[in-house]
Design a protein around this ligand. Structure first.
Ligand code: TLP
Length: 342
């Protein structure tokens, strides 16, 4: 099977499995797992933040990110297609007691003037704005990347309005590869960033949230409260360390493969792809003009060894990662072309 459903499907490399088997471990709830401690220190260093926290999932990292910066009854400004709003089981409401104030933005990239219009102060009717959340890369906008000046402008203005900014940087290393910038530069002004080791970086499990020391100390408590006190988690952190140190360098290959897929799809009758939105490892394409639904096409592709899911009845997504080679992508495109002809 050629699995283009997501970059979450990557399997640990033999080197990761060896490192996991040999990892030094301790009880992380006591702060005694040396491998987890090392991973958290390295992540803080790479992101140039005061502290970092190893969490089991991106959803938990974002949940902690929202909670540390907000109070119950506030609003969180985010983009309308944000993962935090659409794919995290209302955690901002369930755990933090906040509601989303979504804003639709071209390519998923929020700009300060749009945000400014939606800021609210406490009044007899309004819940006040508690946090601004940005997603880089933006998954459902097609893996789009924030221009650095836009992030900095959002952060500077948020701060002068007394607000914090949390970045869902699940794929911020893809953004860094696309921009040829360091993640520490991209995230210099955000108050917290969550990134996933378990997506394009290839670790089997885990995400990291990084930010100020006080926020992360509170975050550690929230992680325990959410059931994320993982005890001998060094076996997971060992794979995470390799993912963090070694995989970012090879992300440009995934981006070239995604571009190849996007251009191939673009040339097929009935398929629409916005090539400008294909900036990293995600390709989102509309299949309505093929006369078939995403579900029908998905089933047809599966019968020929290619996995790709719909994100709506007429829109599908393909995601490249280190477990798919250029040859796999070529084969996948041949299957798509053949399925459309059949
Ligand atoms: N994204 C998954 C699905 O949930 C859609 C995927 O296949 O892309 N932020 C962003 C931007 C994400 O894309 C994801 C996962 C998360 C957070 C949550 O990470 P996990 O799955 O570790 O909770």
């Amino acid at each position: 099977m050629i699995d283009l459903r997501s970059d979450t499907v990557t399997k640990p490399t033999p080197e990761m499995r060896r490192a996991m088997a040999e990892a030094e471990v301790g009880d992380d709830v006591y702060g005694e797992d040396p491998t987890v401690n090392h991973l958290e220190e390295r992540a803080a260093e790479i992101f140039n933040k005061q502290a970092a926290l190893f969490v089991p999932t991106g959803t938990m990292g974002n949940t902690i990110g929202v909670k540390v910066h907000t109070q119950h009854g506030q609003e969180v400004i985010c983009e309308a297609r944000a993962h935090i709003l659409n794919y995290e089981l209302s955690m901002m409401a369930w755990f933090s007691g906040c509601v989303a104030r979504p804003i639709s933005a071209e390519h998923g990239i929020l700009r300060w003037p749009q945000i400014q219009k939606e800021l609210r102060k406490t009044s007899p009717h309004f819940a006040p704005t508690g946090l601004i959340e940005i997603e880089d890369t933006h998954n459902m906008a097609g893996g789009t990347v924030y221009p650095q000046a836009v992030i900095d402008e959002i952060c500077d203005n948020a701060h002068s309005n007394g607000l914090k900014v949390h970045m869902d940087g699940a794929r911020v290393f893809n953004a860094a590869a696309a921009m040829a910038r360091k993640v520490s530069d991209i995230c210099a002004k955000v108050d917290s960033v969550n990134f996933c080791l378990s997506k394009g970086l290839g670790a089997p499990v885990g995400s990291i949230i990084a930010g100020d020391k006080d926020a992360m100390t509170y975050g550690r408590l929230l992680r325990k409260r959410l059931g994320g006190g993982m005890r001998q988690a060094g076996v997971l952190a060992a794979a995470g360390l390799l993912a963090l140190e070694q995989t970012p360098q090879r992300l440009p290959d995934d981006h070239l493969n995604a571009r190849y897929i996007a251009e191939s799809l673009h040339s097929m009758p009935g398929i629409t792809v916005d090539l400008a939105s294909v900036q990293t490892n995600i390709v989102i394409f509309d299949v309505s003009a093929t006369g078939r639904s995403s579900a029908e096409l998905s089933a047809r592709f599966r019968d020929h060894g290619v996995l790709m899911n719909g994100i709506s009845p007429t829109v599908m997504r393909a995601v490249t990662h280190y477990d798919v080679s250029r040859k796999d992508c070529e084969r996948a495109m041949a299957v798509v072309a053949e399925s459309l002809r059949a």
